[in-house]
Ligand binder design. Sequence first.
Ligand code: PEP
Length: 249
Amino acid sequence: MRPSLVVANWKMNGSGDFLRDYVERLELDQPIGIDVVLCPPSIYLADLARVVRGTGVVCGAQDVGIQPVGAHTGEIAAEMIAEVGADWVIVGHSERRIDQNEKDDLVATKAAAALRAGLKPIICVGETLAEREAGHEIAVVERQLEAVVDRVDLEGLACGAIAYEPVWAIGSGMTATAEQAQAMHAFIRDKIAHLDVEIARKVRVVYGGSINPENAEELFGQDDIDGGLVGGAGLDPVQFAHIVYSATS
Ligand code: PEP
């Protein structure tokens, strides 16, 4: 399948000025032909949604609360994220699994909360370096994936994406080789196909981990890599546009 989804995760970066300047300099031809998603810190979502309107680019959140609207101080409900104009939400990013101690079960609940509000979840899975060196990468990703497929409606999963993000490749400049990434993506798709072949065909399995304009084309050329989740290079609109074009060519 040709790549069809590229997402920029700005992490805890950005400002009102940054997002306006970014969108002005993004320069993607219309129609873009694939889904392009910008994920700023949630406080900038409403602003960014206004700025990207009509550009063909959409936006998403980096996390979501699990409860519906109510007495949950500091949380942001999926319904609120949808209301301000976002379409997507990242769940289970390894930085949250590590910094906030988010477990598989919570990640699955977040994916279900996103779907309840009509948001498309980008569900992150991936092993640490120690887990890969111990030969446990498949078992780890399988466990993370099973927690989600056991909880969410599979039709919902098909409209979202699974992001394979080996933890050791995030922000490290150490990209997985195209072969390593393809092998894990094929495993993920095969695992979903055991539940539903049609859902496995539809769900986008995207790669994340030090994607840059130089390595994007080779990664996106792999059979089971349907796009990318981009951190560092996604903070520069020129580099990000280059990566988007690698997915469309
Ligand atoms: C990420 O934040 O999801 C990510 C993949 O970051 P980077 O591209 O910087 O490795």
